[in-house]
Write a protein that binds this ligand. Sequence first.
Ligand code: GBH
Length: 476
Amino acid sequence: MSLPSDFLWGFATAAYQIEGSADVDGRGPSIWDTFCAIPGKIADGSSGAVACDSYKRTKEDIDLLKSLGAKAYRFSISWSRVIPLGGRNDPVNQKGLDHYVKFVDDLLEAGITPFITLFHWDLPDALDKRYGGFLNKEEFTADFENYARVLFKAIPKCKHWITFNEPWCTSILGYNSGYFAPGHTSDRTRSAVGDSARECWIVGHNILIAHGKAVKVYREEFKPVNGGEIGITLNGDAVLPWDPEDPADVEACDRKIEFAISWFADPIYFGKYPDSMLKQLGDRLPTFTPEEVALVKGSNDFYGMNHYTANYIKHKTGTPPDDDFLGNLETLFYSKSGECIGPETQSFWLRPHAQGFRDLLNWLSKRYGYPKIYVTENGTSLKGENDMSLEQIVEDDFRVKYFDDYVHAMAKAFSEDGVNVRGYLAWSLMDNFEWAEGYETRFGVTYVDYENDQKRYPKKSAKAMKPLFESLIKKE
Ligand code: GBH
């Protein structure tokens, strides 16, 4: 069992979850600032206004990465720091841009390879207000293309670019369940606006086009000179049939991955939506024009994979409700015979099941022709961690085991199954603003003491990563 000698490993974060300094140096508000201000949307009533204060602690964060032996760091750019109003005719905020230029210089100086995510959910609020954000194809895709170009031009030293983080979450959680910003849903007790049957599929489509436009810009205007690579990051859970004897459950397993991952990956690799989605959604799924197919098909230099958990899949019969986004099935933690998929964590949706990671790496590789894969997120919360003492928190054996199991499953996928996985970024470098769950759920390998000046304390899992990878990565 091994990983290749040039394997990149490190940690990941996202701008709104760690930066804070929401009003500093000319940053404009994002849809998450607005969403957090609505009572009831965030579990503990908090926001990313301060978070880990990372905007002001870049040196501290880079020192932390260095001390842990990280070879790579994935972070995202706050669009509204760079272009406060977001649009292609709006002014660029030089201070905001300079911050990221310097951050990349400092990372490289420290010997750490940057992976930049252009978009990790924090759309400039002005674009949502001006024209409906992601819902407006012409405007949104043109503004994203412009924003991407500003970054490509300013940071030629970055060689690994991710256009969008988890468009599934933006589409479904933002425009179907309304659990995430901007909170659109058909449920009028939770939102005055939204159409859960339609908006999410339009948003997903428009993000694909925006991704395609940014990739075209990168490949035509920057890659020939700077080299480098660009791709999208998709989230998806592993699947096991609830009843392995029932062909309908086995079939529902593929459909579950198609609705979560292939929704985006099939257009990117094949130029069309999966048949299972077309069948269920009909004309609610937008159609690709020939120009759009040309933009989107073939637009990944690598596949960015975010992965956390697994579910037993039980098919449903009958016509699904028109807000169904799973593919007419149920996701469960127990199988028909009563097996449990994995132990509880602090996140209701997350139970460790490392074999699922290997299986999904194989599923993706087979379907998409063994693309180069970077695991851009993988990690876990820990039941009750927020209520423990600091002494207990830093002894996070549960998280140590999670990483150990998952990284070994990945190494087997590489060395025994031929999966072309080339990098791994653990989620997360430090505890941070966990979106609708606020600060109560912690995903960090580093504890952040929010009550006491955001002081950082590396947990056992932080220190376990270097020996873990050194034991697996082949020496030259
Ligand atoms: C990642 O998403 C995010 O990229 C990252 O910012 C975040 O901090 C991290 O996970 C930890 O949560 O039951 O319908 O509400 C992970 C993928 C997909 C996990 C949606 C939670 C909830 C689905 N997420 N899922 S639902």
